[in-house]
Ligand binder design. Structure first.
Ligand code: HAM
Length: 416
């Protein structure tokens, strides 16, 4: 027997209500904030991600699903959504539109991770990107949008973690300072971090190994090494967030797992579960479009994992609307009754009423059990007598009461 690959999951009908609920809230907030929907391919040139997410990141080094197609093109299943949206922005000349261009997406994302609760090899993201504006007003708006989205789902018990990691002007001096700090501590660090010290010292700050975490806690803070421009941006953002009534926690160890970020980075973390279980995250990436061959174009965005949202909705006992129950179930006995059932069902569906028709040769009792199982409010019973008289028997599934009615009357009754 085949099984779904490790780290992937089927989303069964009874789970779908959560997904529709999240998608509707996401689309509604995107409409309110002026974002248009975009869909991009599930795979791209591998180089797009290597260049944007960064060669020194776990996502590129350890987690990317990379393969050659039959024409020897090196492709990768998308390990995130931002690079694809930026590629599309450039490919379709969106830099000629009024800026910022605001885009949102739902995308399946592929990362070869060690599967555990809330961590999968295929997960689904809702993400937003606002491309072409440098002002911290946009940072505040995107963060506000993320928080409002989570609250609109009914979620509570999460915090906003915030940091600024500077830009290509001020970051080199900060990285130098980090190296100075870490070099005497080298022996305490894990093997990966000793490597990071040479290649990508920023990554030292979010190592999950306990000994590395102790060192990271006391490390120099990037927000204290910002150039004038980044410093002003940082102060303005904090002021805007305060004006919007958004509480935040300054977290100097928040650097995010992708290399394209500049200035603002943020994460929404549930109170329980810590940084490994972030509900969402994002930040500014002012150099990315430039790195992909466009003219320098500032941008900011965020994304959230739908599986994590579902886990949090369940753990916070948030009810979502389930509206997948049919209004009517049609039970039928005999060949002619089946034909009548099909015609009545077609008529009712055309009138917008949801109907499940029983097929096969089961007893009336078994068919009514089925009507109960699918949660139909009423059942229509058609047997030989009904076929002869041109009527049907309507049964209230809760009380068991039955009455004979004309098929046309069903439209009225089931609409109630
Ligand atoms: P990310 O933090 O790597 O950012 O992923 C965004 C969200 O996707 C996470 O906060 C988490 O909810 C979810 N997620 C990530 N990995 C997994 C996984 N293995 N299983 C389940 N859920 C997961 C990005 O991908 C950036 N592109 C976000 C962004 C948009 N930055 C700017 N614009």
């Amino acid at each position: 027997m085949f099984k779904a690959p490790r780290g992937t999951a089927d989303i069964l009908p009874e789970e779908q209500a959560y997904w529709r609920y999240i998608e509707e809230k996401a689309m509604s907030i995107c409409r309110q904030c002026g974002y248009g929907m975009i869909s991009t391919p599930a795979f791209e040139d591998a180089g797009l991600f290597t260049r944007s997410v960064g060669e020194g990141t776990d996502i590129v080094n350890k987690e990317m699903y990379i393969f050659k197609d039959r024409s020897d093109n090196e492709l990768a299943l998308r390990p995130e959504g931002t690079a694809s949206v930026c590629r599309s922005y450039l490919e379709h000349g969106m830099d000629n539109l009024p800026q910022p261009v605001k885009l949102y997406y739902f995308a399946d994302i592929f990362r070869y991770e060690r599967p555990q609760a809330g961590r999968y090899r295929q997960h689904h993201q809702f993400g937003c990107e606002a491309i072409g504006e440098a002002s911290p007003v946009l940072d505040a708006e995107v963060i506000h949008m993320a928080i409002t989205f989570f609250k609109s789902l009914g979620l509570a018990n999460f915090s906003l973690q915030l940091n600024s990691i500077g830009c290509k002007k001020c970051r080199p001096a900060y990285l130098e300072r980090l190296r100075e700090y870490y070099t005497p501590l080298k022996d305490q660090l894990c093997g990966d971090c000793r490597n990071r010290l040479e290649k990508n010292p920023l990554r030292l700050l979010d190592c999950k190994k306990p000994t590395c975490q102790v060192a990271a806690d006391e490390s120099p803070k990037s927000s204290e090494y910002l150039c004038e421009e980044c410093g002003l941006h940082w102060e303005s953002l904090k002021r805007y967030l305060t004006a919007l009534g958004i509480e935040y926690i300054l977290n100097h160890r928040l650097v995010r797992g992708l290399d394209y970020y500049t200035k603002t980075v943020f994460e929404i973390q549930p109170f329980e579960g810590g940084s490994q279980s972030a509900l969402g995250g994002g930040g500014r990436y002012d150099d990315l479009i430039d790195m992909l061959g466009g003219k320098p174009t500032p941008a900011i965005g965020f994304a959230t994992g739908l599986e994590r949202i579902v886990l949090n909705l369940k753990s916070q006992s948030i009810e979502v609307p389930h509206n997948n129950k049919p209004a009517l179930f049609i039970a039928c006995m005999g060949e002619e009754a089946k034909t009548a059932a099909l015609k009545i069902a077609a008529d009712l569906r055309e009138a917008g009423i949801s109907v499940v028709v029983s097929a096969g040769e089961r007893s009336l009792k078994a068919q009514l059990r089925h009507a109960n199982a699918v949660g139909a409010a009423s059942a229509v019973i058609i047997g030989d007598d009904e076929v002869k008289s041109g009527t049907v028997m309507l049964r209230n599934m809760e009380t068991g009461e039955q009455q004979e009615v004309q098929p046309d009357e069903l439209k009225k009754l089931s609409a109630i």
